[in-house]
Structures are given as structure tokens and as C-alpha cells.
Design a protein around this ligand. Sequence first.
Ligand SMILES: [Fe+2]
Ligand SMILES: [Fe+2]
Length: 190
Amino acid sequence: MTPTRDQAWELLTTYTKSESLRRHALSVEAVMRHFARKHGEDEERWGIIGLVHDLDWEQFPDEHCVRTREILTDAGWPEEYIRSVMSHAWGFVTDVKPEHRMEKVLYATDELTGLVTATALMRPSRSVLDMQAKSVRKKWKDKGFAAGVNREVVAAGAEMLGMEITELITETITAMRDVADEIGLRGETA
Ligand SMILES: [Fe+2]
Ligand SMILES: [Fe+2]
């Protein structure tokens, strides 16, 4: 079977009740879609993988990815999809190295969406719409800010993609603007 966005959303909302985690999933989905369009790839597939990548995180943080593999296998998802989901946690909880461009984008931007979100929320506008990469760049250097965001993973991901970090940030911000409402980053004034 080819998983649909509806099926992915159904699974996400079954296993993830927290608003911030759902927003994280939607952010990563938007970034994946953005990059798929940019490279003329299968937007639906990339987006779906982004949407479910942290499927088990809320309920089974100690078995991250292991439970997701089980859930997706039970739901009949193809192994290629599951493999791509696993690759986001390469070097931490899985040994599935990102190989396809889609997997590299997921690896590079998963953590970065967290830094973009945290930076946007610090701004007077609380919005991603009027934010530029340089704001995120400044927070990147402030290791105490959003300390949970692993800058090394983002840097390694950018390297895999052959992209400058600032360029990766710009693309990520652009993608997140597409879903500003859904991820709560449209801000107060708009
Ligand atoms: Fe994860
Ligand atoms: Fe994630």
C-alpha cells in the first residue's frame, strides 16, 4: 500500500496528543514538502514521512523509533517509508544512515525546526513571517538558548546536503511560513 496523508494524520493524532509535538510534526512535514517541490520529488511521500517521524515519542520516549517501526509495520506501511523514518535518529537510537536526499533533509531539518520555532517565539511579533535567517543564526551561537537543539546534527545534515547552514535555515523558515497558522507562528498582528 501507499500511505496517504489522511492515514498518516490519523496515526499521528492517535499517538500524539500534545499540541507542541503535533506542531513539530506539521513543521517537519512542511519542510519536507518544501524541499520535495524544490527538487521535483514526490511531495506527498516526503511530507508523510515528516509527519510521522516522531510518532512514538510522546508515549514511548525510551523506545523511540522501535515502537514507530512496529506501529507502521502493523499498519502495512512499506519498508522504504519505515526506513526513512528510522534514519532521522541515526547515531542516536538507530543505525540507519540517511542515504536518500529525502532522508538527509529530514535529518538536517528535524532539530532545526525547533530552533526556528524557539527563535520566532522570542520575537516581538512571535511570528515566522517576518523573521530572517540571521535571527536564527544569532541564536544558533547562543548555546544556552534552546539547548535541547543539537546544532551538531543540523550541521552534519547540512554537510550531507552540501548546503550552507544559513541557506538551510532560510529554506526551513520559508517552508514553515506555509503552515504558520497550523504551527502557531503567524504572530499577533497578522
Ligand atoms: Fe525523533
Ligand atoms: Fe522530530
